[in-house]
Design a protein around this ligand. Structure first.
Ligand code: KE4
Length: 433
C-alpha cells in the first residue's frame, strides 16, 4: 500500500493551511507519518487519493452512524440544494429537526440549533452562567468539549484550585473561572462543591467519555453529578455531542436514566453536515435571546442542507432502530480485538459502550485521564499503521473512540479481526515486554 499522492497533497496543504489540516485531530500527530487524503467514501469504506480502500472506523469522528452516502441522506440533501442553500430566515425544517430532538431526549423541552459541537457547548456554558448569575464552571480532565476558551484549561496546582490556560491565547482571566476535576471521582466533586458550591454555575461532562478514548462513568458518578448540582443550584450539562444518538437514540442520558438540565449535541444530528444544538429545560432555554437576554446567534444556524441531512439521519435511526444490531456487531468486534491482543500477549484493555469503543494499550482498566495517560502510545501507533497497511482505518490517536456504523457488514468485522490478529502476531514491537 503506498501513499505518494497523499504525501504530495500534504506538502501542498502545509504550505497553505497551518499543519496542513483544518482540524489537528486529522494530522496523524499522535501516530506519526502523514495524513491520508480521502478522495471519496461509500458505506463503510474510505477511498484515498492513491486508490487504497479502508474499512472506516472513524466515521468522521462520529457523525456517520449510517455509513457514508446513505441514500436517504443523499436524496434529502439533493432535494434541499435545489430549493436554495441558505436564507437567513426561519424555515419549517428547523422546527422539524428541533421536534425530533425534543421527542428523542426526555430532558430537552426546547433546543437551539448551531453549527458545531463547540458552538453548542460554548453557548450552553454562557446560558448556564446567565441563568444562575454565577461564574465558575466545572469540567473533567480528559473530557473535550470543543475549542471553547473557558474549557481549554488544565487543572490548577491541586484539584481544588481553579484552572490555568492550556493553550496560548486563553487568558488567565478566562481560565480562573474553571475548575478541572478527575473524572469518576465523586469525592473530588463533593470537595469542590463544599468549597465553591454557591459559585458554581454549571458542571459539564461527557456522560460516556470519547475524548480520552472510550471511558465509562462509574455507577455512582453520574448520579452524584445530578445530586450535587441539584442541591447547589448548579446547571448540569451533559455533553452528548458524541454520545447523542450514538449509544442510544436518546443518548447516554436515557441509558443511565439521568435528566441533565442542558444537553449539547452535534455530529450525528447533522448526518455529516455542520449541525450542533443545545437544549434542555424550557425555563433555562427561554433565557436565550430573543426570548431572554443571553446572546447567541449564527448566520448558518439551522442551514437548510444541514437540517435536511440531520432530519434524514434521525428519521432513519428512529424508524429502523439499528441499535440492537449495532450492539451485536460492536460486541463481536470488541471480542475479536481483545482476543487478537490477548493471543499475542499484548498488554491491552478494551472499553466499549454500544458502537463506540477504544482498545487501550494499558495494563489496567482506564477510568480517568490519569490512567489513560499511562497508555503506551508508541505501541498504539504501531498497531494503527499495521491496520492501515491491511486496509483498516482506525482512529489516529489512542485517545479517541472508534465507531461502528450500520454499513459495516459481518465480512468487514471478520476482516478487521483478522487484520488485528496479523498485526498483533507479526509486529514484535507491539507485544515486546
Ligand atoms: P465540534 O466543534 O468539533 O463539532 O465538536 C466539539 C466536541 C464537543 N464535545 C464532544 C464530546 C466532542 O467529542 C467534540 C468533538 N470531538 C472531536 C473528536 N473527539 C472532533 C474531532 C476534531 O476536532 O476534528
Amino acid at each position: 500500500m503506498h501513499h505518494e499522492k497523499s504525501r504530495a497533497a500534504f506538502d501542498l496543504a502545509r504550505s497553505l493551511i497551518p499543519g496542513g489540516v483544518n482540524s489537528p485531530a486529522r494530522a496523524f500527530g499522535a501516530v506519526g507519518g502523514h495524513p491520508i487524503f480521502v478522495d471519496r467514501a461509500d458505506g463503510a469504506y474510505l477511498y484515498d487519493i492513491d486508490g487504497n480502500r479502508y474499512i472506516d472506523y472513524i466515521g468522521s469522528w462520529g457523525p456517520m452512524i449510517l455509513g457514508h452516502g446513505h441514500p436517504r441522506v443523499v436524496e434529502a440533501v439533493k432535494a434541499a440544494v435545489e430549493r436554495g442553500t441558505s436564507f437567513g430566515a426561519p424555515t419549517e425544517a428547523e422546527s422539524h429537526l428541533a421536534q425530533l430532538l425534543v421527542d428523542a431526549l426526555p430532558s430537552v423541552e426546547k433546543v437551539r440549533l448551531v453549527n458545531s459541537g463547540t458552538e453548542a457547548t460554548m453557548s450552553a456554558i454562557r446560558l448556564a452562567r446567565g441563568f444562575t448569575g454565577r461564574d465558575v464552571v466545572v469540567k473533567f480532565a480528559g473530557n473535550y468539549h470543543g475549542h471553547v476558551d473557558s474549557l481549554l484549561v488544565a487543572a490548577g496546582s491541586s484539584a481544588a484550585t481553579l484552572a490555568v490556560p492550556n493553550s496560548p491565547g486563553v487568558t488567565a482571566g478566562t481560565a480562573k473561572d474553571t475548575l478541572v476535576l478527575p473524572y469518576n471521582d465523586v469525592a473530588a466533586m463533593e470537595d469542590a462543591f463544599a468549597d465553591y458550591g454557591s459559585r458554581i454555575a454549571a458542571v459539564i461532562a461527557e456522560p460516556v467519555v470519547g475524548n480520552m478514548g472510550c471511558v465509562a462513568p462509574s455507577p455512582s458518578f453520574l448520579h452524584a453529578l445530578r445530586d450535587l448540582t441539584s442541591r447547589h443550584g448548579a446547571v448540569l450539562i451533559f455533553d452528548e455531542v458524541m454520545t447523542g444518538f450514538r449509544v442510544a437514540y436518546g443518548g447516554a442520558q436515557t441509558v443511565f436514566g439521568i435528566r441533565p438540565d442542558l444537553t449539547t449535541l452535534g455530529k450525528i444530528i447533522g448526518g455529516g453536515l455542520p449541525v450542533g444544538a443545545y437544549g434542555g429545560r424550557a425555563e433555562i432555554m427561554d433565557h436565550v435571546l430573543p426570548a431572554g437576554k443571553v446572546f447567541q446567534a449564527g448566520t448558518l444556524s439551522g442551514n437548510p442542507l444541514a437540517t435536511a441531512a440531520g432530519i434524514a439521519t434521525l428519521e432513519v435511526l428512529r424508524d429502523t432502530n439499528p441499535y440492537p444490531r449495532l450492539e451485536e456487531v460492536s460486541a463481536r468486534l470488541a471480542d475479536g480485538l481483545r482476543r487478537a491482543a490477548d493471543s499475542a500477549g499484548a498488554v491491552c484493555c478494551l472499553t466499549r459502550l454500544g458502537s463506540m469503543m477504544t482498545l487501550f494499550f494499558a495494563a489496567g482498566e482506564v477510568t480517568d485521564w490519569a490512567s489513560a495517560s499511562r497508555c503506551d502510545t508508541a505501541r498504539f501507533a504501531s498497531y494503527f499503521w499495521g491496520m492501515i497497511d491491511r486496509g483498516v482505518y482506525m482512529p489516529c490517536s489512542q485517545f479517541e473512540a472508534l465507531f461502528v456504523s450500520t454499513a459495516h457488514t459481518d465480512e468487514d468485522i471478520d476482516r478487521t479481526i483478522a487484520a488485528a490478529g496479523e498485526v498483533f502476531s507479526e509486529d514484535p514491537h507491539i507485544t515486546a515486554k
